[in-house]
Write a protein that binds this ligand. Structure first.
Ligand code: NAD
Ligand code: UGA
Length: 463
């Protein structure tokens, strides 16, 4: 079966870039990305690619090439479902904030809504692809909804989890380490798997396209994130020990990373991992383990989160204790608000939690981030409900450049590893600050020696 028409439900950080790349690489396939969020769809359609809803290096060029040719963004969900032979579900699956599993389980209400809408609209056979990250065995629930509420149409469910990282999404999609496709072991299931393999084979070498059963594919996605996050928590746990012993975490990371069994990647000590997925997916894994009565398995993985929370909190504590145990009314400049460089995404960013702790001590926070808008910073803080929105606006100010953000500050905290931070005129920044001028480098990105020579008191994670 050769697919000519694809629909993707969900035009977010995954749906947008993945479908843009499929459309660019497969000009013979019509790709329609739909979303209930009209504002987001309008932004995807905006003439000025600077206004796309997501910032990713290289994305604007891909969208520009394919949009209007075989890539379309629309709010007409029903029409796109009706026309497509293959439907990707790429909606959000956040941690539940209510009911059973609150604060841990994945909230599958958006997934279920999609399944019900597909069942209502579809008049011909469909392949439904889980692109969202889902608890293991979700495919059986989707299948049940589709077959029990549909009108006789036959469905095949595939799991095709996405492994892209934000900030490198386009490069990851162009050259994935692997593409994972899980499907039913029946002959119809395998035909559906092959239809999706054929799409990726337009640009991904076939030896990198791995096919498995549904449950292995679903579980591998959660587990991949858990393993990656575990590496960050492992190195962050060591960073605290380094600070006590005089070891340097960068040197330790380099020394252990040269062992090819360990490897060099994902060993960068930091103020803590953020992003929309690591925490949510580990909590989900913990919940799944608990629901099978596997308490030891659950607490093993939970420790990755506990360590990460500790890392964020101790960074804020260190700032407060270094500034003579009071930060009230002191201006503290934040360089970076996004959860990592090269993205405008702030979900679960460590900056939010560090800011929250400092604002509780009535610090005056001055933020500069190259891509995050001030409204987003306030929304992130308001969501925590620690203070009123009015107080957040009083205490936190965003600046259009780093020099104004740091002017008159007692300390600078580096929360994101944006490359441009390294090339600032640090002498000029120093001159504008109150003395002693502190830098708390939460990302280990600045040149310690150069800053100390200027006169800064420099403190980094793990040193
Ligand atoms: P997102 O919040 O950016 O996008 C989800 C979109 O789905 C939103 O625009 C929302 O309006 C839309 N939506 C929700 N319900 C809908 C419905 N019934 N009909 C139409 N549209 C609907 O989320 P995201 O970051 O793109 O993540 C999506 C999924 O992909 C999650 O399961 C996530 O775990 C997974 N994932 C994310 C990343 C990442 O880097 N962000 C990477 C791999 C996997
Ligand atoms: C992560 C995974 O890397 C992707 O493979 C996966 O598809 C995605 O989650 C997902 O499922 O959403 P992402 O969260 O976009 O991608 O970004 P990462 O590069 O993994 O960074 C996550 C966090 O860990 C960031 O805050 C980053 O700064 C931090 N990190 C990463 C470190 O502190 N140290 C490191 O060595 C690496």
């Amino acid at each position: 079966m050769t697919i000519k028409n694809i629909c993707c439900i969900g035009a977010g950080y995954v749906g947008g870039p993945t479908m843009a790349v499929i459309a660019q690489k497969c000009p013979h396939i019509k790709v329609t990305v739909v979303d209930v969020n009209e504002h987001r769809i309008n932004a995807w359609n905006s003439a000025n690619v600077e206004d796309l809803p997501i910032y990713e290096p290289g994305l604007a060029e891909v969208v520009q090439e394919a949009r209007g040719r075989n890539l379309f963004f629309s709010t007409n969900v029903d029409q796109a479902i009706d026309e497509a032979e293959m439907i990707f579900i790429s909606v959000n699956t956040p941690t539940k904030t209510y009911g059973a599993g609150k604060g841990m389980a994945a909230d599958l209400k958006y997934i279920e809504l999609c399944a019900r809408q597909i069942a209502k609209v579809a008049k011909s056979d469909k392949i439904v692809v889980e692109k969202s990250t889902l608890p293991v065995r979700t495919a059986s629930a989707i299948k049940e909804i589709l077959t029990n509420t549909g009108n006789g149409v036959r469905y095949q469910i595939l799991s095709n989890p996405e492994f892209l990282a934000e900030g490198t999404a386009v490069a990851d999609l162009f050259h994935p380490d692997r593409v994972l496709i899980g499907g039913d072991t029946t002959s119809d299931g395998q035909k559906a798997v092959q239809a999706l393999v054929e799409i990726y084979a337009n640009w991904v070498p076939t030896e990198k396209i791995l096919t498995t059963n549904l449950w292995s594919s679903e579980l591998s996605k959660l587990t991949a994130n858990a393993f990656l996050a575990q590496r960050v928590s492992s190195i962050n746990a060591l960073s605290e020990l380094c600070e006590k012993t005089g070891a340097d975490v960068n040197e330790v990371a380099q020394a252990i990373g040269l062992d090819s069994r360990i490897g060099p990647k994902f060993l960068k000590a930091s103020v803590g991992f953020g992003g929309s997925c690591f925490q949510k997916d580990i909590l989900n894994l913990v919940y799944i383990a608990k629901s099978y009565g596997l308490e030891e398995v659950a607490s093993y993985w939970e420790q990755v989160i506990i360590m990460n929370d500790h890392q964020k909190r101790r960074f804020a504590k260190n700032i407060i204790s270094t500034l003579y145990n009071t930060v009230a009314s002191k201006k503290i400049a934040f360089l970076g608000w996004a959860f990592k460089k090269d993205t405008n995404d702030t979900r679960e960013s460590a900056a939010i939690y560090v800011a929250d702790d400092l604002l509780n001590e009535q610090a005056a926070i001055a933020v500069y981030d190259p891509k995050v808008k001030v409204q987003q910073m306030y929304a992130d803080l308001d969501y925590l409900e620690s203070r009123t929105a009015v107080d957040n606006q009083k205490l936190l100010t965003a600046y259009p450049n780093p020099y104004d953000a740091c002017q008159g500050a007692h300390a600078i905290a580096v929360l994101t590893e944006w490359d441009e931070f390294k090339s600032y005129d640090w002498q000029k920044i120093y001159e504008g600050m109150l003395k002693p001028a502190f830098v708390f480098d939460g990302r280990n990105v600045l040149d310690q020696k150069a800053l100390e020579q200027i006169g800064f008191v420099y403190k980094a994670i793990g040193k």
